[in-house]
Design a binder for this molecule. Structure first.
Ligand code: GLU
Length: 409
């Protein structure tokens, strides 16, 4: 079934650049979609059946790569769109992978840690026949973490009776993970914000004058907030799924992170004023960062956005209709495939270390990560300026050219 979100992105590229329909036809549909039914026995003695998907979108540039999310609204359509985004992302930041994504339809908040372990192991068993270090390499995404990656790895290894640390990335350091992987999505986004700031593209002279609002305090948003805070930016608003917090003078991010770790919502933090998610998105700010689920900035709320630039840490954080409205108002969007690529770049480093039996230091990982992110940003900026197209169109242009070049080799 054609996916309208994918088609609209590709149509946009054909309409605004010299890429022809013949070049992108092979990118309109994924190579493989796998639907899995996963029956498990729960802690309370009941049995439940869950649905999961793995979509391997395109493997012309290498084994497919992408996270696995646990969420109640996961669908085949969403996983397919996200697998497509991974294909574009890996090509844009020039790592030798294609794109994939996985999802399990579950609300993890409703299950105990033991049940989530059972389920993760069962999902790993269901995935085992279709993944592998040279084939398709999962990683964490929304609501999944290094521990869950460890369970999936163990299921894969038990299935084939092998040791295969490279079958999954985003593992804990003690389980074959890489230094710097946990914070890499936030760090990669930080490098891009910093590059724009230094080039004067945020309209401010220095970090302290640059205010930032971040929707979402999960892996990406939280680490990004911390890097910005440490470099002197004013992070004036933050939210999680239960509400937001605002302090026009800048929030104390380390204290906010400690508060969140104690199990409370950021909105209950004493160092600011509680606000709703809608109020957060409308705060006057230099930079707005959707860093939670996709579809945060929509046609409905885009007119309230009061930011100079949006950095899309969440995959598909801004809808297509919202993008058009923001463009009319001159609000630039720096696209997800660039902004949040740090996670998958560090995943590539982790996989590389696993495959070559190497251990890199965190500083080396960070420096290599910076190179990939900044090189990609420069390529995007060059195409955007030369062709007078948006940053997103430029990012897709660079990526699609690399993918089609790979198929000709
Ligand atoms: N889930 C992350 C993403 O959307 C990372 C994927 C990976 O490391 O493979 O890019």
């Amino acid at each position: 079934m054609p996916n309208p979100h994918i088609n609209s992105r590709l149509d946009d590229l054909v309409a605004n650049t010299d890429i022809g329909e013949d070049e992108i036809a092979s990118l309109r549909e994924p190579r493989r979609r796998i639907e899995m039914t996963i029956p498990v026995g729960l802690e309370n003695g009941e049995h439940a059946t869950f649905r999961g998907w793995r979509v391997q979108y395109d493997d012309r540039r290498g084994p497919t790569k992408g996270g696995i999310r646990f969420h109640p609204t996961v669908s085949e359509e969403e996983v397919t769109e996200l697998a497509f985004l991974m294909t574009i992302k890996c090509a844009l930041v020039d790592i030798p992978f294609g794109g994939a994504k996985g999802g399990l339809e579950i609300d993890p908040k409703e299950y105990s840690a033991d049940d989530l372990e059972t389920l993760s192991r069962a999902f790993g068993e269901a995935l085992a026949p279709v993944i592998g270090p040279d084939r398709d390499i999962p990683a964490p995404d929304v609501n999944t973490n290094p521990e869950i990656m460890g369970f999936i790895r163990e299921s894969y290894e038990a299935h084939y009776n092998v040791s295969a640390s490279g079958v999954i990335t985003g593992k804990s350091i003690t389980n074959g993970g890489s230094a710097g992987r946990e914070t890499a999505t936030g760090r990669g986004a930080f490098f891009i914000i910093e590059a724009l700031q230094q080039e004067g593209l945020l309209g401010t002279r220095q970090a302290a004058d640059t205010s930032v609002v971040i929707q979402g305090f999960g892996n990406g948003g939280r680490h990004l907030a911390m890097f910005l805070y440490k470099s002197g930016y004013a992070v004036i608003g933050v939210s999680d799924s239960r509400g937001g917090i605002h302090n026009p003078n800048g929030l104390d991010i380390p204290a906010l992170a400690d508060h969140k770790d104690s199990g409370q919502s950021v909105s209950e933090f004493s160092g600011g004023e509680a606000i709703t998610n809608d109020e957060l998105l409308a705060l006057p700010t230099s930079v707005l960062v959707p860093a939670a689920l996709g579809g945060a900035v929509t046609a409905g709320n885009a007119k309230a956005v009061n930011a100079d630039v949006i950095f899309e840490v969440a995959n598909a954080g801004v809808t297509a209709e919202a993008k058009a409205q923001l463009a009319v108002r001159g609000i630039k969007v720096i696209p997800d495939v660039l902004v949040n690529a740090g996670g998958v770049v560090a995943s590539y480093f982790e996989w590389y270390q696993n495959m070559h039996d190497e251990t890199w230091k965190e500083d080396d990982v960070d420096e290599k990560l910076r190179n990939h992110q900044i090189t990609a940003w420069q390529a995007v900026q060059k195409e955007a300026e030369e062709k007078n197209i948006s940053y997103r169109q430029a990012a897709y242009y660079v990526a699609v050219r690399r993918i089609t070049d790979a198929s000709e080799k």
